[in-house]
Structure formats: C-alpha cells, structure tokens
Design a protein around this ligand. Structure first.
Ligand SMILES: [Cu+2]
Length: 67
C-alpha cells in the first residue's frame, strides 16, 4: 500500500467531504484516511487503484483532482 495525499479542487463543505469519502471508500485497493475540504489522505494499492482511476472517480462526484 502506498500513502498518497490527494489534492482536490471544488470541495466547499462537509457534504463534499462525505461525497469524496464515500466514493473513495467504494474503490477497490483504496483505504481512506483523513478527508478534508481540498484534500484526502489514502492508502492505495498502485496496481489496483491508479491515480487515473481515482481522478475519474473524483470527477464522477463533480470535483477535480489537482496535481
Ligand atoms: Cu459541499
């Protein structure tokens, strides 16, 4: 598992925090840590949960993964 801090644009409130948290929690190979407005700390299996897949999931919820 790889420790990864995601920077996420478009999050403004606790609703956003929960949306991101729930979406990431559904992803195979992802263990969700602390999620705050603008960022999420996760542990991920890089072979299963690629950054591209995570970016797509975040985009599904209406937010943008920034690098
Ligand atoms: Cu919100």
């Amino acid at each position: 598992m790889e420790h990864t801090t995601l920077k996420i644009e478009g999050m403004t409130c606790q609703h956003c925090v929960h949306a991101v948290q729930n979406r990431l929690a559904k992803m195979p190979g992802v263990k969700v840590g602390e999620v705050k407005i603008g960022s999420a700390v996760i542990e991920r299996d890089p072979a299963v949960a690629t950054i591209d897949a995570i970016a797509e999931a975040i985009a599904d919820e209406g937010y943008t993964l920034s690098t």
